[in-house]
Design a protein around this ligand. Structure first.
Ligand SMILES: C[S@@+](CC[C@H](N)C(=O)[O-])C[C@H]1O[C@@H](n2cnc3c(N)ncnc32)[C@H](O)[C@@H]1O
Length: 276
């Protein structure tokens, strides 16, 4: 079977089942062969081995079953950096880059705290870009701590960061920071069943933030109010327009008064930020 034949086969499989079926087919074949996309398009006539065919068919069937491409590739780009990702951690979203944009435009920091660190993308990007000297990442899931540690090693910043597996609810930290970032789970629990099957492959605890999606903001505000140094910067992701007033109210109740809002690239209010 030639590359052209397998391309047609995968395309038939994906057609009407996945949006962008052409691109998806090329991506899956290129992943199966560990070759760039351009190679697939330029070498339609080459014969594939039995092993290569099997690998492509296995990946195509997993993709068809709703497994996100990032979990199959075990990689996702965030802020121009390729991060290791696997099942059990949230797949980084482009809107979360808004937090990094704010931090990079606000100066250089000494000590950062990344609450709900997941795969470590926010803190590690800031460290890697040289905008902070050290970072502590916190998450409740073992898998997140494992993946963050791998990403720190891949980026060569292990010595500048540490990760702590702990529940943020009620957490009391002794250390103070001049930068606190957070991307908490913020979807209302009732939304779970209406999420795309692909999104439901991601961990529930990374996405759901209680009945109104606001479960974690009081703890975030409490940690900012206690552990952020005077003049320090905070940047916290929110679910959109409907969260702004409620999150502002929560932050004000912890005496956090400088509250600004930054939109993401899609023009949606995405990050609540300010200086203490
Ligand atoms: C929206 S994800 C953010 C991951 C990563 N920062 C990102 O932007 O891709 C939320 C993270 O919060 C973690 N989490 C959920 N509940 C938690 C809790 N009670 N304490 C600490 N971390 C929690 C999840 O394991 C998940 O990794």
């Amino acid at each position: 079977m030639t590359l052209g034949d397998v391309y047609k086969e995968v395309l038939r499989l994906f057609k009407d089942k996945l949006p962008n079926s052409h691109l998806e087919a090329i991506l899956i074949i290129s992943l199966g062969l560990e070759r760039p996309k351009e190679y697939i398009l330029a070498h339609q006539e080459i014969e594939l081995s039995k092993d290569e065919l099997e690998r492509i068919r296995e990946l195509a069937n997993k993709r068809l079953a709703g497994i996100p491409y990032a979990y199959l590739k075990k990689e996702k780009e965030f802020f121009g950096i390729n991060f290791f990702i696997e099942e059990g951690v949230l797949i980084p979203r482009p809107e979360t880059e808004t937090i990094v944009e704010i931090v990079l435009s606000e100066g250089i920091f000494v000590s950062g705290l990344d609450l709900f660190c997941g795969s470590g993308i926010i803190g590690l990007t800031i460290l890697y870009k040289g905008f902070c000297q050290r970072f502590l990442g916190i998450d409740i899931s073992n898998k997140s701590i494992e993946v963050s540690t791998i990403n720190a090693e891949r980026l060569g910043v292990s010595e500048k960061c540490s990760f702590l597996k702990v529940d943020i609810r009620g957490l009391s930290l002794e250390e103070n920071f001049d930068l606190i970032v957070a991307n908490p789970p913020y979807l209302p629990t009732s939304m779970w069943n209406s999420l795309a099957q692909e999104v439901r492959q991601e961990p529930k605890e990374a996405l759901l933030g209680g009945d109104d999606g606001l479960e974690f903001y009081p703890d975030i505000a409490r940690i900012i109010s206690k552990n952020l140094l005077k003049g320090g910067l905070f940047a916290v992701e929110i679910g959109g327009e409907e969260h702004i007033d409620k999150v502002k109210e929560i932050f004000l109740s912890y005496n956090i008064k400088d509250i600004r809002v930054k939109e993401d690239l899609a023009g949606l209010p995405r990050v609540i930020w300010g200086r203490k």
